[in-house]
Design a protein around this ligand. Structure first.
Ligand SMILES: *Cc1c(COP(=O)(O)O)cnc(C)c1O
Length: 421
């Protein structure tokens, strides 16, 4: 792809973009004068589809009209409501429907998955995470170790970038496994790192982990709806992700869970269960011994919050209509254009720490600005540019293919240039 500077080029790209009309299907926040924000934080909270309200209203109306009968009689009956999300969600992460369910929140799902897939012994108990793992994941791993009588200091092995570098090398994970594989029970890795935007090779991680008899889990918070993780083919044992980032399903909305098909029928896996883990056909007979459902559904505990699921359905119906192939195609182009414009600034103070290879990143660019502090972020915000500041000196910007356009990116870089100079 040959990129050019100048507003004309951005406008032309938007005219030719087959997904351009989807921008109008989202609420884009505005300033007091009615100007659109340049919203680059889909990696933190995705924007609201205009259809979401209608989907939630449908459930409110059915609840008002039907009360408890809504479980069966609602337009979208609540009893099997989670099933309406499964197929679309499975497509997004490249999984089979039996491998995916929407439930709980991300960190809760990580804990439930570790109940099953972190089964330490006295000698094989350590957990590998990225040195810059998202805090919630780190705390989850730490407290799982402590729950089993180990300590974080001893039990956590950090996969670190090399000195002076920001990105992870798969060879270093290989070295860790070669040297300490006998002591390692689990790898829990962010598929797309929240800070650098690096998209790791999940298949390779799974191969390396499995070669040393470790379980392999992936946090896809920054991957779902952004890259195409092909979870089934990757062979990882489990994964979890939230839906409020790239999946545009609303603040604190429910999360996704993946358990690979190879574990779907293993009833001997330890787990924490509830009535929603139990066989659907006899669930309401009550007084039944636990009969765990096969597949990801067997990890559910509770009957789920329908209003949150309605918001997820609104979003997933759009993803289903467009498909990840088209979104990813535009995303690679849009982020490539963003990278091109930043590089054109030729400013030695600015460095993109995200990988240059489009196959090793999603839409996010993490831009390090030497000697910058949070005042840069304030100035950007004053200029209507919504980005995400991470201490000490990085702005994370995620042009998303669903609602960002080439003009957004053009103006973002123009304004950044003016502010930095
Ligand atoms: C966003 C994010 C979380 C947030 O967890 P919640 O349980 O949804 O609050 C956890 N881990 C990673 C890697 C994230 O990016």
């Amino acid at each position: 792809m040959l990129y050019k500077t100048g507003l004309d080029f951005a406008k032309k790209q938007d005219q030719e973009d087959v997904l351009a009309h989807y921008r109008n299907k989202f609420h884009i926040p505005k300033d007091n004068q009615g100007n659109n924000w340049l919203y680059f934080t889909g990696n933190s909270l995705g924007l609201q589809p205009k259809s979401t309200q209608k989907y939630i209203q449908q459930e409110l109306d059915d609840w008002a009209k039907l009360g408890v009968e809504g479980h069966f009689e609602a337009k979208n009956p609540w009893l099997p409501y989670h099933e309406f999300l499964t197929e679309s969600m499975a497509k997004i992460v490249g999984a089979k429907p039996i491998e995916v369910v929407v439930m709980n929140t991300l960190t809760t799902n990580l804990h439930l998955l570790m109940v099953s897939f972190y089964q330490p012994s006295k000698t094989k108990y350590k957990i590998v995470i990225e040195s810059d793992a998202f805090p919630s994941d780190k705390y989850a791993v730490q407290t799982q170790l402590e729950f089993h009588g180990f300590t974080a200091e001893d039990g956590i092995i950090e996969w670190k970038p090399r000195p002076g570098e920001e990105l992870l090398n798969i060879e270093d994970l290989e070295t860790i496994l070669n040297q300490q594989g006998d002591e390692i029970a689990l790898l829990l890795i962010g598929g797309v790192n929240y800070y650098t935007g690096q998209y790791l090779n999940l298949k390779r991680i799974a191969q390396l982990g499995h070669a040393k008899n470790c379980m392999v889990g992936i946090d896809l918070a920054h991957g779902a709806g952004n890259i195409k993780p092909e979870l089934h083919d990757s062979g990882v044992d489990f994964a979890a992700w939230c839906t409020y980032k790239y999946l545009n399903s609303g603040p604190g909305s429910l999360a996704g869970l993946f358990v690979h098909e190879k574990h779907a029928y293993n009833k001997n896996l330890k787990r924490f269960a509830g009535w929603w883990s139990h066989n659907k056909t006899t669930r309401f007979n009550m007084r039944q011994p636990l009969d765990v459902m096969p597949g990801a559904e067997g990890w559910q505990l509770s009957n789920p919050p329908i209003l949150s699921m309605a918001a997820i359905k609104a979003s997933l119906d759009m993803f289903n209509e467009v498909g990840m192939d088209a979104l990813r195609k535009k995303s690679i182009k849009l982020t490539g254009y963003f990278e091109f414009l930043i590089n054109q600034l030729n400013n030695h103070k600015i460095k993109i720490i995200t990988p240059k290879n489009p196959n090793e990143r999603g839409c996010q660019l993490s831009i390090q600005v030497q000697n910058a502090d949070k005042s840069l972020h304030h100035k950007l915000t004053e200029a209507n540019i919504i980005t995400d500041w991470r201490e000490p000196d990085v702005i994370r910007c995620a042009p998303t293919p669903f609602y960002n356009n080439f003009e957004d990116v053009y103006w973002m870089v123009e304004k950044l240039k003016a502010i930095i100079n």
